[in-house]
Every structure is written in structure tokens, then in C-alpha cells.
Ligand binder design. Structure first.
Ligand code: SAH
Ligand code: SF4
Ligand code: F3S
Length: 468
């Protein structure tokens, strides 16, 4: 095992571990960095403590998320029992946003690589290995790549090794929307869609390897192809992938309300493999705050979009993201947010306290909301969201459907799967394994999950839709 940085420029063969923070895009990227390291001869291990190379794939979306990088580096740089320490790679959105600051604050970091440049990771590791260890920290000698190249990294990645019933597939990256609170346009660059044929090929590879569910992902997944102006849009891609025989379920996330096109809404009515679930973040229920956020939708236009979706697919389950305490948010604005939660009836939702992000317009806006007010509003919002989710789960009791088994449950004989509406369903079952789609009846609704029992067969999804 070579693994440690050495003055040799030979190829180190090491055990690697990739730790993923943040969104699904990072989960996908972490898997792809693993593909690159494996193709380079390295071997995956489950724990950072057992690894010679530790990749921290970071998230910059909120201050707390970004700080996790530094606490992990603090732990990793401490010498182990044998006096060694792992090669530390800072990857992801913190690396992109504050690469130079990482260099200053954390000299122990050996490689800094941004989310658009990680196809160069093996070369960067070789570069870092060639620098004498005692020079690091004394000069800017570590290997760093935070370029945002015009030629997308996807063209330079090895074949996917994904195993498992459910897989992510990145279809577009980046964001041009510049919501005033958000770092993503700065960390991931502008919107870029991957070529249609490449995606169909990658999906075929995943299905051949056993995937029965594919979730198409992107920072603005429903903007897929729109910048190209042709027919290669998200609904066209979903329709194409629905032809793959082994593929049973298609999902997509995250969508922006502005890009919910008629054709995409229609896809929910027309394509049974497209699951009846949509994550459509609204951020605030107040049109005044939405304007200050530069969201390009209002409370009314958002609700109108949901009405169209429900007309197309009456049983669709909705999810969203909310920010509380955006600068200038009054109690009346916040009341509008609480109201939209009960009006929409979300199946689930995520809520966050506004976090001031360096370089974003909202960070320097007047009327920043005190922390205590944010805390208090977040607690009220989360109570409303949990109550809504519980109501949704209770309302699904009695439904006959299918679940995709994903992981073992807490008790022996229990497995946990996902319903079409993305509820976690706990089932006691024999003769079924992770990766199977089994027919169940939902028997109980909890705040964050449902219980189910196996039944002989589920009605097909279109019939179920007719009954909904
Ligand atoms: N592209 C998606 C969101 C990606 S970021 C969209 O437009 O909806 C994921 C979520 O993080 C956002 O929906 C938002 O709710 C939250 N978020 C982003 N920036 C934030 C900030 N500065 N403070 C708190 N939450 C934030
Ligand atoms: Fe961020 Fe807004 Fe882009 Fe979503 S749409 S990634 S919130 S800037
Ligand atoms: Fe975080 Fe970057 Fe995703 S900031 S949410 S990891 S795009």
C-alpha cells in the first residue's frame, strides 16, 4: 500500500473513501469520482478511517453545510496510530466557492477540485503525490483545479459501475436563475444539458446492471434541453426512457416552477412509468418575498401550475423547499407561507432558516431577520409540514400499490421500500429481497412513513390512476 503522499511521482495504489454532502448532484458526482478512482486502480472502503485517500464532496448551500468540511479535515489530519494520515481531497461546491480559502484555513488539504473539474481527479492526485510532503503548507504546492471548462466532464468519465435497483442520472447541471439567496449559479456555473443520446446510453447501462428505477437529476432538471431550443426536452427524454423494458420507474428532481412546461405536465398524465410525485420548491408563500428572491414565479402562478398538474395526474404527491427568515420577511409574509402549506397539502417538504451566503445579493440586503425569529418560524413551519405529511400518509391507508424494496427495516423480517408517492413503507415479508417491486396494501400512516402488508397483486398504475 503506497497511499501516502510521497516524493515519488509513481502511481499510488490506495484505498479510497468518498464522503458526500449536499444534494443528489453530489451523490451522483461522488459515485463518478469513485468510478474514476477505481478505473485508476484504487479500491473503495466504507470508512474514512480505513482509507488512504479521502474525498470530501462538499456542499456550500448553507453556512452549516460548508463548515462540515473544516470539522472533517480537523479529524482526518490527526496522525493515526502508525503516524500516517490520508491524502485529503476537498471536492464539490465549497472547493469551487472558496478553494483559496481552504488552502489558507486548512493546509492539510492535498487536492482541491471543483464540481466541473473532477474528471481530472486522478491526474491531480498524481500531481499532489509528486510534491514533497514537507513543502505542502509552506507554499501553494497542492494540486488544485476549479476551472469551469467548456467541454463537460461527462465526456471524460469512465463507464459507470453502479449497482442497485435505484440510480441517479445527471441530465443537466448548473443554474442561470440567480435566486438572490443562492450560491449554486456560482458553484456549478450556467445551465448545461447533456446530449440526449448519451443519457439514453447511460440509462441503458444502468438498466443492464439491474436498475429498475432511474431518477433524472439536475439543479434545474426541468430546464433540461430548453436552452438548446430543440425537441430534446425532459418530457421527451422521459418518454424515450419509458421504452426501456427493464426500467419500471422514472422520477426527476429538482424542478423550478418557471420551467414546468405543458409537455412535462402532460407527461404525468401519459407515461405510467413516470411516478406520481413532484418536488417543486416554492421557497415562500409571499409573492412580495418571492420577488425579492428573484424567483420569477408568484404564489398565484405556483398554485396555478399545481392545479394543472393535479388535473393531469390527480393522485400526484407534492413536495417542496421553504426558506424562512429571508431578509425583510414579516410575520404577515410568513403567515402566507404557512397558508400555502395547508392549501397545497404537501406529502413532504424541506424547510431551512435563511443563511447569508457570501457573494449573493441577499447577504447584503437590509432587514436581515434575527436568528431567534428564524428559529421560531422554522419550528412553526416544520410543525405544519409534519402535520401535512401525516395527513397525507393517513389518507393513503387502504391503497393497493407497489413498493420498491430499498433497505432492511429495524426488526427482523422487515424491509423498507418506496411507494410511487415516495413514502417510505415498512413491510414484513418473506421471499422478497432488496431491489424487488412487490404488491402491497398500505395499512397505517405515520408522520414520516407508512406501514404496508404484502398482497397478491397491485392494480396496474393506470388503473390506479383512474380510481384516484
Ligand atoms: N434548484 C432548486 C434548489 C436547489 S438548492 C430550486 O430552485 O428550487 C436546495 C434548497 O436549499 C433550495 O430550494 C432552498 O430552499 C435551500 N437554500 C438555498 N440557498 C439557501 C440559503 N442561502 N439559505 C437557506 N436555504 C437555502
Ligand atoms: Fe439556486 Fe434558484 Fe438556481 Fe435553485 S433556481 S439552484 S435556488 S439559484
Ligand atoms: Fe450543495 Fe452544491 Fe448541491 S451547494 S446543494 S452540493 S449544488
Amino acid at each position: 500500500m503506497v497511499g501516502r503522499l510521497s516524493s515519488e511521482s509513481s502511481q499510488p495504489v490506495s484505498r479510497y473513501h468518498v464522503k458526500s454532502f449536499g444534494c443528489q448532484m453530489n451523490v451522483y458526482d461522488s459515485e463518478r469520482m469513485g468510478d474514476l478512482l477505481a478505473a485508476d486502480g484504487h479500491v473503495a472502503v466504507d470508512s474514512a478511517d480505513a482509507a488512504d485517500i479521502v474525498v470530501l464532496n462538499t456542499c456550500h448551500i448553507r453556512e452549516k453545510a460548508a463548515e462540515k468540511l473544516y470539522s472533517d479535515i480537523g479529524r482526518l489530519k490527526k496522525p493515526r496510530a502508525d503516524g500516517s494520515r490520508p491524502v485529503i481531497v476537498a471536492a464539490g461546491c465549497v472547493a469551487q466557492a472558496e478553494g483559496a480559502e481552504i488552502g489558507r484555513r486548512a493546509p492539510a488539504v492535498d487536492v482541491i477540485v471543483g464540481p466541473l473539474a473532477y474528471h481530472n481527479l486522478p491526474a491531480l492526485l498524481r500531481e499532489a503525490a509528486a510534491i514533497p510532503a514537507d513543502a505542502r503548507g509552506a507554499r501553494w504546492g497542492r494540486a488544485i483545479d476549479t476551472d469551469m471548462p467548456a467541454s463537460p466532464k461527462f465526456d471524460h468519465l469512465p463507464a459507470r459501475r453502479h449497482q442497485g435497483a435505484s440510480a441517479f442520472l445527471t441530465v443537466q447541471e448548473g443554474c442561470d436563475k440567480f435566486c438572490t439567496f443562492c450560491v449554486v449559479p456560482y458553484t456549478r456555473g450556467g445551465e448545461v444539458s447533456r446530449p440526449f443520446a448519451d443519457l439514453v446510453r447511460e440509462a441503458e447501462t444502468l438498466v443492464a446492471a439491474g436498475a429498475v428505477e432511474i431518477t433524472l437529476i439536475g439543479q434545474n432538471v426541468n430546464a433540461y434541453g430548453l436552452e438548446l431550443g430543440g425537441g430534446a426536452t425532459l418530457p421527451a427524454l422521459i418518454a424515450e426512457l419509458a421504452q426501456l423494458e427493464g426500467l419500471k420507474r422514472i422520477r426527476y428532481t429538482t424542478s423550478h416552477p418557471r420551467d414546468m412546461t405543458r409537455a412535462l405536465i402532460d407527461a404525468h398524465a401519459e407515461i405510467p412509468k413516470l411516478m406520481p410525485y413532484l418536488h417543486l420548491p416554492v421557497q415562500s408563500g409571499s409573492s412580495r418575498i418571492l420577488k425579492a428572491m428573484n424567483r420569477a414565479h408568484t404564489r398565484e402562478s405556483y398554485l396555478a401550475t399545481l392545479a394543472e398538474l393535479r388535473a393531469a395526474r390527480p393522485d400526484i404527491a407534492l413536495s417542496g423547499d421553504f426558506i424562512v427568515g429571508f431578509p425583510g420577511e414579516t410575520e404577515a409574509d410568513f403567515a402566507d407561507t404557512l397558508r400555502i402549506v395547508s392549501e397545497v397539502g404537501y406529502a413532504q417538504a424541506y424547510s431551512f432558516k435563511y443563511s447569508q451566503r457570501p457573494g449573493t445579493p441577499a447577504a447584503t440586503m437590509a432587514d436581515q431577520v434575527p436568528e431567534a425569529v428564524k428559529e421560531e418560524r422554522l419550528a412553526r413551519l416544520q410543525a405544519a409540514i409534519t402535520a401535512g405529511a401525516h395527513a397525507f400518509n393517513l389518507a393513503s391507508v387502504g391503497r393497493h400499490t407497489e413498493i420498491l424494496l430499498e433497505r432492511p427495516g429495524r426488526k427482523p423480517g422487515q424491509l423498507i421500500g418506496k411507494t410511487p408517492w415516495l413514502q417510505s413503507a415498512v413491510v414484513s415479508v418473506t421471499g422478497a429481497k432488496i431491489g424487488d417491486l412487490i404488491a402491497v396494501e398500505i395499512t397505517e400512516g405515520q408522520p414520516n412513513s407508512v406501514e404496508a402488508r404484502p398482497v397478491d397483486r397491485a392494480p396496474s398504475l393506470p388503473a390506479e390512476r383512474a380510481a384516484a
